[in-house]
Design a protein around this ligand. Structure first.
Ligand SMILES: Nc1ncnc2c1ncn2[C@@H]1O[C@H](COP(=O)(O)OP(=O)(O)O)[C@@H](O)[C@H]1O
Ligand SMILES: [Mg+2]
Length: 357
C-alpha cells in the first residue's frame, strides 16, 4: 500500500489518516448509529482533533457544526454544506465520509455535463450486447454503490447540475430504493442498507441553492460553512498546510513567519477590506499562494519565499475575474500597505512594481 500510494499527489482521507482512524475505531466504547464505522463521538474527534490521543484538528471551525452535520447523517435526511468557495466544504465532507463509512471516494462531481448515468448506474455496452442486461453488465455509479454497501455518498457542487439531474436524488432519499427496470426479479430493486446517506456541497457563488426544487430541498438539512474569523487561526492553518505541501514538493527550507503573516493579512484585507476584490480570496487560495511562494523562493533562488514572491503570485490569483481587481490590488499595495509598520510590509510595498501592466 505505502509503495503504491507515496507518489500519489493527494491520497484520500482514509489513506492519509489510516492510522488515526484505526486507533479511534479500536478504542470507541460509545454507541454507533447503524451501519457506521465509528461512533459520532469518535468521528467528531477525528475531525476537530483530540490532543489527548494525538489526533490533530483537521477542520478548523465551529465544532457544533460538525456535531449537527454528523447527527443529520444519522437521520433520513441528506446533508447540504453551503458556503463561499474555499471554506473547506469538500474537505469536511471527505473527512466525514472517511470517518463514518471508512471510504470517501464514492463521490459524484456535479457539473453542467453530469447525467443520471454518473449518479445511478450505466452499462458495459460490450457485455450488454453480448449477454443482455444482467448484474454483470451493470456498471454501478456512486449512488447505487453507496446504497448497496451502506455508505455515505458525496455529491460535490450539486447546484452546478441541471435541476432534473439533481432530482434523481429524490427517490433514493425518500424511499431509499433505486429501481433498475432493465433487470428482473430481486435484482430490479436496490434497497439502501443502513449507513447510506448523502453529503452534498454547494458554493454560494454558483447558481444558487434557491433554484433547487422545493421537493429536494425538503430532503436535505442545510449547514452553512463560514470563512475562518480570526487572523491567528487562519495564519496557523495556512502555515501548517503550506508546510505540508512544500515538504511534498521537495522544498527543504521553512517559510519565514513574517512572510506568511504578510500573505495571510493581505488575503484578509483583500477579502473584506476597502479594496475588496470580486475574486474569492479564500483560505484555500491563501494555502495555494503560500505553496507557490515557497516554490518560487526555493526553485528560483534556493531560499524561502519573499514578499516579492507574494506579489508575483497574488497577481495571478487576484486578477482572474476582471481587470478592476488588478487595479484594486495595485491601490492596496500603493496606499494601504505602507501604513503597516515593519520591514516585510515595506518590501511588499516596493514589490508593487512587479504587478503586470
Ligand atoms: N476551516 C478550514 N479548516 C481546514 N482547512 C481549511 C479551512 N478553510 C480552508 N481550508 C483549506 O482549504 C482547503 C479546502 O478547500 P475545499 O475543501 O476545497 O473548499 P470548498 O470545497 O469549500 O471550496 C483545505 O485543504 C485547507 O487547506
Ligand atoms: Mg469544494
Amino acid at each position: 500500500m505505502t509503495a503504491k500510494t507515496t507518489d500519489q499527489q493527494r491520497p484520500p482521507a482514509e489513506v492519509r489518516f489510516a492510522d488515526e482512524l484505526a486507533r479511534l475505531r479500536a478504542d470507541d466504547p460509545a454507541p454507533r448509529p447503524p451501519g457506521w464505522a465509528m461512533s459520532v463521538d469518535a468521528a467528531r474527534r477525528f475531525i476537530v482533533g483530540d490532543p489527548a490521543r494525538d489526533v490533530p484538528r483537521k477542520f478548523v471551525g465551529d465544532p457544533s457544526l460538525v456535531d449537527r452535520a454528523l447527527i443529520t447523517l444519522a437521520t433520513n435526511r441528506g446533508l447540504l454544506l453551503v458556503g463561499e468557495p474555499g471554506t473547506a466544504k469538500s474537505l469536511l465532507s471527505e473527512l466525514i465520509a472517511a470517518a463514518v463509512s471508512g471510504e470517501s471516494t464514492l463521490t459524484i462531481q456535479g457539473g453542467a455535463a453530469t447525467t443520471e448515468d454518473h449518479i445511478r448506474y450505466s452499462w458495459n455496452y460490450a457485455l450488454l450486447v453480448a449477454e443482455g442486461p444482467s448484474t454483470r453488465s451493470l456498471v454501478p455509479a456512486p449512488l447505487l454503490r453507496g446504497m448497496a454497501e451502506g455508505r455515505l455518498v458525496r455529491f460535490e457542487e450539486i447546484t452546478r447540475c441541471p435541476l432534473e439531474v439533481q432530482d434523481t436524488l429524490l427517490s433514493p432519499l425518500s424511499d431509499r430504493v433505486i429501481a433498475i427496470p432493465e433487470l428482473e426479479g430481486e435484482d430490479s430493486m436496490v434497497f439502501a442498507r443502513e449507513g447510506f446517506n448523502i453529503i452534498a456541497t454547494a458554493n454560494s457563488r454558483d447558481r444558487g441553492v434557491n433554484e433547487m426544487s422545493a421537493a429536494l430541498k425538503r430532503r436535505f438539512n442545510f449547514e452553512t460553512v463560514f470563512p475562518i474569523p480570526d487572523l491567528a487561526t487562519e495564519l496557523s492553518l495556512v502555515e501548517r498546510e503550506a508546510a505540508a505541501l512544500l515538504t511534498r514538493s521537495g522544498v527543504p527550507v521553512a517559510q519565514r513567519p513574517e512572510v506568511m503573516e504578510v500573505l495571510v493579512t493581505a488575503f484578509r484585507d483583500l477579502r473584506s477590506g476597502g479594496e475588496r476584490l470580486s475574486t474569492v480570496m479564500s483560505t484555500a487560495e491563501a494555502v495555494s499562494v503560500a505553496h507557490a511562494v515557497g516554490l518560487r523562493g526555493w526553485y528560483l533562488r534556493g531560499e524561502p519565499g519573499s514578499p516579492e514572491d507574494v506579489v508575483e503570485c497574488l497577481a495571478g490569483t487576484a486578477a482572474k475575474d476582471n481587470a478592476d481587481d488588478l487595479a484594486k490590488l495595485r491601490r492596496y499595495l500603493e496606499q494601504q500597505v505602507p501604513r503597516r509598520g515593519g520591514a516585510h510590509w515595506a518590501e511588499l510595498h516596493r514589490a508593487r512594481m512587479r504587478l503586470p501592466g
